[in-house]
Design a protein. Sequence first.
Length: 686
Amino acid sequence: MALRFWKPGTAGPGSSLDRATESEGNIVSASPAGISQLSVQSQRERLPIAKHRQKLLYSVEKYGVIIVVGQTGCGKTTQLPQYLLEAGWAADGNVIACTQPRRVAATSVATRVANEVGSLLGDEVGYTIRFEDVSSKERTRILYLTDGMLFRETLIDPLLSRYSAIMIDEVHERSVYTDLLLGLLKKIRRKRPSLRLIVSSATLDANSLLNFFQSPDNPDEATIVSLEGRMYPVEVAYLNEPTSDYVRKAAEVAWNINLQQPSGDILVFLTGREEIERCLEELSEMLATLPKHAPRLLLLALHAGLSTNEQLRVFETPEKGSRRVIVSTNIAEASVTIDGIKYVVDCGFVKIRTYNPTTTLSSLATVPTSIASSTQRAGRAGRTSSGVCYRLYTMSAFESLPPATPPEITRVDMTTPILQLKSLGVDDLMKFEWVTAPPAETVLRALEGLIASGMIGEDGRLTPIGEQVSECPVEVGVARMLFRSKEFKCGQEILTIAAMTTVQDVFVIPDGAQGAIAELERRKFTAEEGDHLTLLNAYNAFTKYGGTKSWCSGHALSFRTMSRAVSIRAQLKKYMQRFNLPLESCQGDAKRLRECLVSGYWRNGARWMADGTYKSVRGNKILHVHPTSVLFTRKPRSGWVIFHEMEETKKTQIRILTEIEPDWLLDHGHVYESKGKQESMGPQFG
Ligand code: CDP
Ligand code: MG
């Protein structure tokens, strides 16, 4: 448990961070509410970006595309849109947009900037994320939104005419929609040269983007603005031996830092909510043994499953004599900056989406980070003074990391984005200006699937139903299920299930004795057909019994999650009404409902094996049921299920299962095969 496990890595490859040349002002950490305007102004002026204000505004006047590169925390996300606002870019009803790949970043940054501007959130400064619009059509001048939402807006307004300037932020993340927007915006700028595009990132190969945007006939098309990178030295330490449990190790290391190291807050990188909770639990169990002389610990989580208020707690300044331990996902790597961090603990892994075009199975996978990513994580410790980064892996593991994580577009299912591109009139995907093109096989599978399900015609164009599906703010599979509910006469229930599978963490099961009671409560919703119907039961009970906070806490349900599901359902219902899809009830006929589910999830079929695991219909993968499933300990009567999602850690787990009849899969396979003339599209049994 002691830090003597560490090998000092002062000259290691991870310490290649620039040394600070001048001292950075004493930037006070923001309290989420009630900062006086004066202190806001002086805080703003002290940010490193402030010195570049004139240069930036001049470049925006002169050039079409400005590629801004600058250290995380220097003020790009919060300040640039404000500079544009102050310089008049939002006059005459124009709007300044700033996209974020992560929902959490969009909401937390908008909250911060609203505070700085002195606006109510949703008034002059607002945000839009999927199913949540906190902005005003008339009054919002700075809009933070996810890249997916801005992309969706091009379906309605192809020239994005209400924006005078668009900042595509966190480009180094290379999310699918960021990439698609870069391609589209290049095209839009040709038709609407007055639009300004700002592309910004912490770490970026700026030259390749400059090449992407540069135009042979206009030397003023694009430019790079580098903000000075100030960074204090960060000492890097590695493990001598690899660890088999980095979550526990992270807790131990954070604990030891608190006992042995001078003051400064601790930021721990793990891959997801479950790991974060386990790490915080380990730490809170140790609290009882905290020596009197040691600093008190303020344990905080940061991940996408938290409410905006919960997320903002990490920005609060801790009391004197205590230190914060913030256990976070990748969000804190570049999207969200927390001041005061002096110690970083990096587990060396990240959760990413992956896709196998051969089996057409998508999953979440926990994979080693990249050199770029671990350097960025280490840098979080050296923002306001020198720091230390503890890597929970060996130096040789570091040396074998890939230089960067491949762009998302190369490793996700492109079915939904391609349908949307088609709807935008991009008929020839080969001609689209990709920053990085998706693999040919991925595009091919997506097109086959879309043709087979009747969304794209044989001529390669969208069909009327494809047009409608492209407008739905859900994945193609879910949209298909909503459309097929007409046939199966179960629109009511499918709508609820679609909403409930969009939200996460419906049930709240604490550990210990209380957890056992909560577990019993949860079982009251259990449907023997599986998790989709269990979610449906929970939703129906919630609305039937008044949907209050106290009712939820008595029934192991998260009030916030349930309220979100109600709101999402209401929004999806509008789409169903617009497309004349009836909202009939299946009247308790679970068979019809399950058949309808298969129409959306037919790719995700699996067969029960005698040892309690499952085999995927596509690709014959061994799958383990997630412990939260109602089918965790029970064999499905038919021996077959469909599942909502798949996650790969040490083993592959599937979540949200429903038992089905194998014939139904075959039916869909046949439908797809006969229409799509694609043998490989059908389920392969065996
Ligand atoms: O985008 P970039 O990484 O360049 O920096 P930023 O997100 O604009 O952050 C600038 C400063 O605002 C940092 O010092 C953050 O700590 C602070 N900030 C904050 O205190 N609370 C937020 N919700 C967001 C930013
Ligand atoms: Mg930023």
